[in-house]
Design a protein around this ligand. Structure first.
Ligand code: PLP
Length: 425
């Protein structure tokens, strides 16, 4: 998304209609991103959208319409995917600590697979499925090999996720004795924010080799192998986006090699950030501009309460998301600003030393590349501001796809334990 329009609609108009702070999503960017990847990657690799990156039902529906399956991790995400049009046969449920209700919902919906994270969960699912089973299961494996270059590495370490590779044969044997479940394959997820295609290739090759090893050593069925994903979006000054062509050049031969030897296996790549990150802009209104001991502060109506990631991921040095003035897009920068939000904490800093034109109260600022892990991964209730509005622009029309939390909604779920004493007259 560039310029201060989205598909010809001025962002200022969207902000005037729906207020700020708000998130604006561009359906054209969702489409380009999905198609770019889909067309480049080997057709044996099915693409699943990880709803946790952006659980908005309309955003999810765009990706489902384009052909993505759904990877969900909570009961409400399961419902969201269904409401967005995802078929149960194209839905998988994954994540630690699944409740009995969530497992029951998976069984009732007849989804493609429950990705089981432990022996205990496998027993619980089998009992829940009962005579109605068997339920299709993928075993999530915590691989013995380690991932490379990831912001959050998995594999080879103690983790609450999945079953250690060494323990999989025992769990597979147990599964064979449980009437309610049938293990159809394996899943592994090696990390997030991966920007080097070579790391994706390394992880995928490692997972496929592990799958073959486990198939040969303990006869695990390989109807499906989910190779994770974790493709990144360049946010900060020192990062660059990977080239999809380069990724395809490295990955497709690995996939083709496996597919040739295992023609009956369906492969899944599950992606959150990459599919939605580029398509979102966080739009805030400037409330105040001030100086403090030589530093220029731009205080906006939204901050890290809706965009925690802008604080800077995994770094001691503050690194900025791309931030620009939507009100004065053609004016040159006149200085560096610290962009802050409405929270009463010095950590509510969205950008430091951001080059901006002469910003004035009432101006709009945009934080780009913010479609993933925005409000859903932020402390939206801090200072009781609540969830921001979300707008999806498709075919040149701005649709409000989530209204901001109202004061009545925020206060309405609280209960006064004791009625306050009447005020003296
Ligand atoms: C979070 C998560 C994803 C999505 O990760 P991205 O880095 O956003 O693509 C996929 N699979 C699992 C198991 C996850 O936990």
């Amino acid at each position: 998304m560039t310029g201060h329009h989205v598909q010809g609609v001025p962002i200022a108009e969207i902000a005037a209609t729906h207020g700020t702070p708000l998130y604006v999503y561009d359906a054209d960017v969702l489409t380009e991103t999905y198609r770019g990847l889909r067309e480049a990657l080997h057709p044996a690799l099915e693409l699943y959208y990880s709803l946790k990156a952006n659980p908005n039902v309309s955003v999810c529906a765009e990706l489902v319409r384009l052909g993505a399956g759904a990877e969900v991790s909570s009961g409400i995400e399961l419902r969201t995917a269904a409401a967005a049009g995802a078929a149960p046969a194209d839905t998988i449920f994954l994540g630690p600590g699944k409740s009995d209700d969530e497992l029951r919902a998976c069984v009732a919906a007849g989804i493609r697979a429950v990705v089981v994270e432990s022996e205990g969960e496998l027993r619980r699912l089998s009992a829940i499925a009962g005579g109605g089973g068997p339920v299709e299961v993928l075993l999530r494996v915590n691989p013995a090999f380690t991932s490379k270059g990831s912001g959050l590495s998995m594999g080879g370490k103690p983790r609450q996720f999945g079953i250690d590779e060494e323990l999989v044969p025992g769990v597979a044997e147990l599964a064979a004795s449980l009437p309610g479940v049938r293990v159809r394959g394996l899943h592994a997820y090696m990390g997030t924010r991966i920007l080097d295609p070579a790391d994706v290739v390394h992880n995928t090759r490692g997972i496929l080799e592990m799958a073959v090893r486990l198939h040969e050593s303990c006869g695990i069925e390989l109807s499906t192998v989910d190779v994770g994903g974790g493709l990144g979006v360049a946010y900060f000054e020192n990062e660059t986006d990977f080239s999809v062509a380069e990724l395809a050049a490295g990955l497709n031969p690995v996939v083709a090699g496996f597919a040739a030897g295992h023609p009956g296996t369906r492969l899944i790549m599950e992606l959150g950030r990459y599919l939605v990150g580029f398509a979102g802009t966080y739009v805030v209104g400037v409330r105040d501009v001030k100086s403090s001991r030589g530093e220029r502060f731009v205080v906006a109506d939204g901050g890290t309460n809706h965009h925690m990631a802008a604080v800077g991921i995994g770094s001691f040095v503050k690194r900025n998301f791309p931030i620009r003035s939507l009100t004065r897009p053609d004016e040159p920068a006149t200085g560096a600003c610290t962009v802050t939000g409405p929270l009463c904490t010095p950590n509510d800093v969205v950008g430091k030393k951001v080059p901006l034109p002469d910003v004035r109260p009432g101006d709009l600022l945009g934080v780009d590349r913010s479609g993933a892990y925005g409000p859903t991964a932020s402390p939206v209730q801090f200072l009781s501001h609540g969830y921001p509005a979300e707008v999806l622009v498709r075919d040149g029309v701005a649709h409000l796809v989530r209204h901001r939390d109202t004061d009545d909604e925020l206060l309405g779920r609280q209960v006064l334990a004791v009625q306050p004493a009447a005020q003296p007259a």
